[in-house]
Write a protein that binds this ligand. Structure first.
Ligand SMILES: Cc1cc2nc3c(=O)[nH]c(=O)nc-3n(C[C@H](O)[C@H](O)[C@H](O)COP(=O)(O)OP(=O)(O)OC[C@H]3O[C@@H](n4cnc5c(N)ncnc54)[C@H](O)[C@@H]3O)c2cc1C
Length: 442
């Protein structure tokens, strides 16, 4: 596919172009061939690209965030799709938050949530296999049989529970849910419907605009109790409080739904009483960051799903060099991203001057483009993504791939164990609450 820049201001033309090119390249009919899908995305509050990201960033209010973030109507930032794709960096959001308060402590709640993103990325860099495997034995054993498929009633949002149905539909329609909605939906699916967390995680990855295997899958494990000290559950009182009761008011299941009762009663209903205390404390030693000492004088720039903007450190370092993005065939078939996500990515790419867009096997395409451009090196923004590291390994005999660092969000040199967020945050929070030094800013 040629650069998407010409379509920047004509979203309808861009959508038909994407649909046609995807079909030609992959043989897959994107749902966007239907006007309904295009309209759904065109009406989305989340449009890809750096310009929209900055507009959204300007709206953040860290003080209100701290007071209201747990309420579904609360003043959360809704920055996740841009952060996930590198249209914004964590340091940029942290600095914007600090610039809006008198004391750093007033922005601490928001900065700690950015810290969760940083933390999950570090965990994935240290234990990439943990994205799909239990970190710990489950903190509690379920009563009843666990299933490993997504029930149709869930996929279609027809479970008969008004809250859950609304969350399922929001997920597939909007591609974004409030954090509390994600927690409730994941908890209900894993603990009440006893669907294994991997199935739920894969379902979210398919539909979320901010789909991120680290943030998503580790959060599912946190809910499931395979990466936390206890499983996350909730009752109706909790849901009513943070939703202002909007779902319960008219729900046909009111009074006899899955969430009635105290936490003790729900624990008794859902879990066996025989769970032993875990013998081992989970420890995850951090890994040394990817070595980026030898930066070449010239280089191609590889834009990955983590770095789709001019603020990619690789793009910043080599602004004039050819930039390449590949819709990787394995990623497309493994994750089955929704049309909304593809369109969001394309909008990010359309914001970039002259990026070549390819479909297929990433390593082969990069190798071919390096040869065609007579380039010895390819630069890429540092990432914890194991697929990127695998491509780098495959290219190692012919082309060197050089990672370039994002401005650092915190000083993690004292972190020795990533087994729990609290341990990590204890070591880094002081430095995370400081603004980025002027010479480390982009
Ligand atoms: C089951 C489940 C699945 C999730 N899947 C994803 C996912 O695929 N991608 C994703 O980015 N987040 C995921 N989250 C984390 C969180 O729900 C979203 O980041 C957040 O709701 C996005 O909304 P926001 O931008 O308004 O967040 P805000 O509350 O405004 O936070 C600001 C930013 O901090 C980061 N952040 C906040 N909370 C978390 C968190 N718990 N973990 C990691 N980063 C966080 C995000 O980048 C977010 O944009 C998941 C949470 C759960 C419980």
């Amino acid at each position: 596919m040629k650069s998407l820049q010409p379509y920047r201001n004509d979203s309808e033309a861009m959508h038909s172009h994407i649909a046609r090119e995807f079909h030609l390249a992959t043989g897959h009919e994107l749902p966007a061939s239907t006007p309904v899908e295009i309209e759904k995305f065109s009406g989305s509050q989340f449009r890809g690209g750096r310009v929209k990201a900055i507009e959204q960033l300007q709206k953040i209010d860290p003080v209100r965030y701290g007071r209201t973030r747990n309420f579904v109507s609360g003043d959360v930032t809704k920055l996740s799709p841009w952060l996930r794709h590198g249209a914004l960096s964590l340091t940029e959001v942290r600095d914007a938050a600090l610039s809006k308060v008198q004391q750093a402590s007033q922005a601490e709640k928001l900065i700690a949530e950015l810290g969760w993103r940083d933390y999950w990325q570090r965990v994935r860099a240290a234990r990439p296999e943990g994205v799909w495997y239990d970190f710990e034995t489950p903190a509690a054993r379920h009563r009843g049989q666990v299933i490993d498929y997504l029930p149709d009633t869930v996929a279609h949002g027809e479970t008969g529970l008004d809250c859950i149905d609304a969350f399922c539909k929001k997920l597939t329609h909007d591609g974004w849910l409030h954090n509390h909605e994600r927690m409730w939906l994941a908890s209900w699916l894993v603990h009440t419907r006893k669907v294994t967390w991997r199935v739920g995680a894969a379902w979210f990855l398919q539909h979320l605009l901010d789909a991120d295997p680290a943030s998503n899958n580790f959060s599912w494990q946190w809910v499931a109790g395979t990466f936390s000290s206890k499983p996350y559950i909730f009752n109706r009182e909790n849901l009513e409080r943070f939703t202002a009761g909007i779902y319960c008011e008219t729900c046909p299941a009111l009074g006899h739904c899955d969430f009635e009762g105290t936490y003790e009663q729900l624990n008794e209903k859902l879990f066996m009483n025989d769970s032993d205390e875990r013998e081992m404390r989970l420890t995850i030693p951090p890994v040394v960051s990817w070595d980026s000492s030898d930066v070449p004088d010239e280089s191609l720039v590889w834009m990955t799903l983590d770095s789709l903007s001019v603020c990619s450190p690789a793009k910043l370092r080599f602004p004039e060099s050819p930039a390449i993005f590949v819709f990787d065939q394995h990623w497309l078939s493994d994750e089955l991203p929704s049309y909304k996500r593809i369109a969001f990515i394309c909008e990010c790419l359309a914001d970039l001057p002259d990026v070549e867009i390819w479909f297929g096997d990433t390593a082969s395409i990069l190798q071919e483009r390096a040869r065609a451009n007579k380039a010895d090196a390819i630069s890429v923004a540092n990432t914890s993504c194991p697929a990127v590291r695998r491509v780098v390994d495959r290219l190692s005999s012919t082309t060197s791939v050089v990672p370039l660092e994002w401005p650092s969000f915190c000083d993690a040199s004292k972190v020795k164990d990533l087994g729990r967020f609290s341990r990590y945050w204890n070591k880094v929070s002081k430095t995370a609450l400081r603004p980025t030094f002027a010479d480390d800013r982009f």
